[in-house]
Design a protein around this ligand. Structure first.
Ligand code: C2E
Ligand code: CA
Ligand code: CA
Ligand code: CA
Length: 273
């Protein structure tokens, strides 16, 4: 790392330099993690807030690094996004999820799609190929994208429209944390809004705490979208969400993410609709 020189040159924060080196190393490791069998997926149930019954599940990626142990996705996904490794990894996650969903009575399986994947010219073809290969009905797949992925990348919208025309549904993830113009939303190919857990966290029985969550629920209702509240940790939050008219949710209160075989599939609705 450069130190501040006598002629006042730009100072490189040493911790920043270390961080970059670590990220570069992690980037090389994530690029080979898939072929080395270090990745697996876990599933978190999405439940009916009325009775807590699981309706669907979100697929979440896990990386067991040979030296570092488990590395959280918030740490390695942005790196895989930058170096492009996310493209192959994301399709692998989709394949795993679709294969699993074919065996389940769950209504649908949800898979995160990174902005980089959405920009790939072959994304629509690739997703359809996975559905064909696994035999999953497109109506049983939900793709989660972030607001910024849609708003920033104009290229993403035609791809989402095309995917949707095959019956795949689109959810906006972490809704409320991006800068999306609300007006834009009426023209977006979207079926589901996921309320970010920072807003669910603010539910504390006051109207101020509920303001954003309530606004998102009303907006969803007006646009005939489904709302899913994320990160529900307490019964009080669940009760307040029900009162506000939110019908679906996920969070540690109901279940943490688990490997498929550890989830109690018998609690899934037996007649998908
Ligand atoms: P996300 O898509 O918003 O996923 C929800 C995150 O919240 C997950 O973290 C989940 O474990 C966590 N969570 C669920 N319920 C609760 C709760 O009640 N309280 C708290 N505090 N957290 C809860 P996770 O698995 O660490 O994933 C972090 C992020 O990494 C995801 O956020 C998503 O943006 C990204 N990610 C994970 N898997 C994939 C993937 O396969 N592809 C892509 N592109 N991104 C992924
Ligand atoms: Ca998500
Ligand atoms: Ca989210
Ligand atoms: Ca998130």
């Amino acid at each position: 790392a450069k130190r501040a020189g006598s002629h006042g040159m730009a100072v490189h924060d040493p911790s920043m330099t270390d961080r970059r080196a670590a990220d570069a190393a992690l980037g090389e490791d994530i690029a080979v993690a898939l072929e080395r069998g270090q990745l697996h997926v876990v599933y978190q149930p999405i439940v009916d807030l009325e009775d807590g019954r699981p309706l669907a599940a979100e697929t979440l990626l896990r990386w067991q690094h040979p030296r570092l142990g488990p590395v959280p996705p918030d740490q390695f996904i942005p790196i895989a996004e930058r170096n492009g490794a996310i493209n192959a990894i994301g399709l692998w996650v989709l394949d795993q999820a679709c294969r699993q969903a074919v065996e389940w009575d769950a209504r649908y399986v949800s898979v995160n799609l990174s902005p980089r994947q959405l920009q790939e010219p072959t994304i629509v073809h690739d997703v359809l190929a996975v559905l064909r290969r696994t035999g999953l009905d497109p109506e049983r797949l939900v793709l989660e994208v972030t607001e910024s992925a849609i708003v920033d990348e104009n290229a993403g919208i035609p791809a989402l429209r095309a995917l949707r025309s095959y019956g795949i549904r689109i959810a906006i993830d972490d809704f409320g944390t991006g800068y999306s113009s609300l007006h834009y939303l009426t023209r977006m190919p979207v079926d589901i809004l996921k309320i970010d857990r920072t807003f669910v966290n603010e539910l504390n029985g006051t109207s101020e705490g509920a303001a954003v969550t309530e606004a998102v629920i009303r907006l969803s209702q007006a646009l005939h979208l489904t709302t899913i509240a994320e990160g529900i940790e307490t019964e009080e939050q669940a009760a307040e969400l029900r009162e506000l008219g939110c019908t679906r949710g996920q969070g540690y209160l109901y279940a943490r993410p688990h490997p498929a075989e550890e989830l109690d599939w018998n609690r899934f609705a037996t007649s998908p609709s």
